[in-house]
Design a protein around this ligand. Structure first.
Ligand code: SAM
Length: 327
C-alpha cells in the first residue's frame, strides 16, 4: 500500500459508494416528490464492477468504505456487496448510511456479511413530522431499525439529524436527551442549501445556535471518539453514555481535512459532494481496462480534487441531487 494524497497534501483513504440512486423516502430537503430522472439499470454498476473498483482503490491506499445512496437497502443483495468488500484484506472499516426503514429486516445479514456499523438518518422523533419530512415514511420502522442494528452489533449506531430552522430545531433537546437516557450517539448536521432550494425551503440553523440550545441541558464536555472519526466535533452531556457530534458543512467547512472520494451508482468518481467534476470509470471498466489502468485513472482524478466547496459564500449548490451522488 502506497498511501494516497491529493495536490493539497490531504491523505485520501475513504471511499463512499452510492449503490443506487433509488430511495424509499422523499425527504423534503433532499429529493423532489416527483419528476426525478432515474438512472437506467444498465448504467448502474454491478456488484462485481464495484468490487473491481474498490479493489483497485484499496491497492492505492483506500482502507475505509461506506455504502450509501439513494437508499442502499432498497437494492437487492447489498449484503453480497458487503461480503465482497469485506474480503479485501486492506479494507478495515466498512459502514453504511441508511434511513433505517429496512434496517430491521437486513441488520443481521449485513452484520454476518462483514458490515461493521451503520449511520441512520433521523430528523425527528415525532411520527407526524417524520411523515411530513420524508413525505411517506413511518417513524416506527426507523426506530425499530436503530434498535435492531444495536442489538446485532452494528455499533456504534450513529444517528444523523439534519437540523432545519423552523422545521425541527425545537427537537434538539429531545435528541440530546437521548444521549443521556438511551446512550444514543447523535450528530447534528447543518442543512446544506442544494438544488431546487426556494425561499420556502428548510433554512440553516447554525451549529453555534445548536450548541446554545443544547447547553440549556448541561455543559458540553469535549469528547474523543474511537470509531469513525470524521468531520464531526464530539461532546458529552453530564452523565451521558452517548455522544453529541456537530457537523458544520456550511458555517465552518472542513474541506482542509477531506479524505474522501465518492463513487456514484453510475460509475463516476466524484471528488467532492458539492462540485460537479467527475471522472468516468464505468466506460473504461466495461471496455476492459486493466487494474493498473483503473489505478492510474483514480490517481489522476485525485490530483484534480478541489480545495474546497463554496457553500459558505452564500450560494445554493446546483448539480446532481445527493440521491445520485451519495450524500
Ligand atoms: N438514504 C440514506 C440516508 O437517508 O441516510 C443515504 C443517502 S442520504 C442522501 C445521506 C445523508 O445526506 C442523509 O443523512 C441526509 O440527511 C443527508 N442530506 C441530504 N440532503 C441534505 C442537505 N440538503 N443538507 C444536509 N444533509 C443532507
Amino acid at each position: 500500500m502506497t498511501g494516497l494524497s491529493d495536490s493539497f497534501q490531504r491523505p485520501i483513504n475513504y471511499l463512499r459508494i452510492s449503490v443506487t440512486d433509488r430511495c424509499n423516502l422523499r425527504c423534503v430537503y433532499c429529493m423532489p416528490q416527483e419528476g426525478i430522472t432515474q438512472m437506467a439499470h444498465y448504467d448502474i454498476l454491478s456488484y462485481e464492477e464495484i468490487y473491481t473498483l474498490v479493489k483497485a482503490a484499496a491497492e492505492l491506499g483506500i482502507n475505509k468504505v461506506r455504502l450509501t445512496g439513494g437508499e442502499p437497502l432498497v437494492r437487492a443483495g447489498v449484503s453480497d456487496l458487503v461480503r465482497l468488500i469485506a474480503g479485501i484484506e486492506t479494507i478495515d472499516d466498512i459502514s453504511l448510511t441508511t434511513n433505517g426503514i429496512l434496517l430491521a429486516q437486513y441488520a443481521a445479514e449485513l452484520k454476518e456479511a462483514g458490515l461493521m456499523r451503520v449511520n441512520v438518518s433521523l430528523d425527528t422523533l415525532k411520527p407526524d413530522r417524520f411523515r411530513q419530512i420524508t413525505r411517506c415514511g413511518d417513524l416506527a420502522d426507523t426506530l425499530n431499525g436503530i434498535e435492531t442494528a444495536g442489538a446485532v452489533g452494528l455499533t456504534p449506531v450513529k444517528i444523523n439529524m439534519v437540523v432545519m430552522a423552523g422545521v425541527n430545531d425545537d427537537e434538539l433537546p429531545d435528541f440530546a436527551r437521548k444521549t443521556v437516557n438511551d446512550g444514543w450517539h447523535v450528530r447534528f448536521i447543518e442543512h446544506m442549501p442544494v438544488n431546487g432550494d426556494t425561499p420556502l425551503s428548510p433554512k440553516l440553523f447554525s451549529v453555534s445556535d445548536m450548541r446554545k440550545r443544547i447547553e440549556s441541558l448541561g455543559k458540553l464536555e469535549p469528547w474523543k471518539i474511537e470509531v469513525g472519526n470524521g468531520p464531526a466535533k464530539y461532546f458529552r452531556l453530564p452523565g451521558a453514555t452517548g455522544t453529541i457530534g456537530f457537523i458544520t458543512p456550511v458555517t465552518e467547512h472542513f474541506c482542509y481535512q477531506c479524505n474522501r472520494l465518492r463513487l456514484t451508482a453510475d460509475g463516476k468518481l466524484r471528488l467532492c459532494l458539492l462540485n460537479e467534476d467527475e471522472i468516468d470509470l464505468k466506460e473504461p471498466l466495461r471496455s476492459g481496462a486493466s487494474v493498473a489502468e483503473l489505478k492510474t485513472l483514480i490517481e489522476n482524478a485525485i490530483a484534480k480534487k478541489p480545495k474546497s466547496h463554496h457553500l459558505a459564500e452564500g450560494t445554493s449548490h446546483k448539480g446532481r441531487p445527493f440521491s445520485q451522488v451519495g450524500g
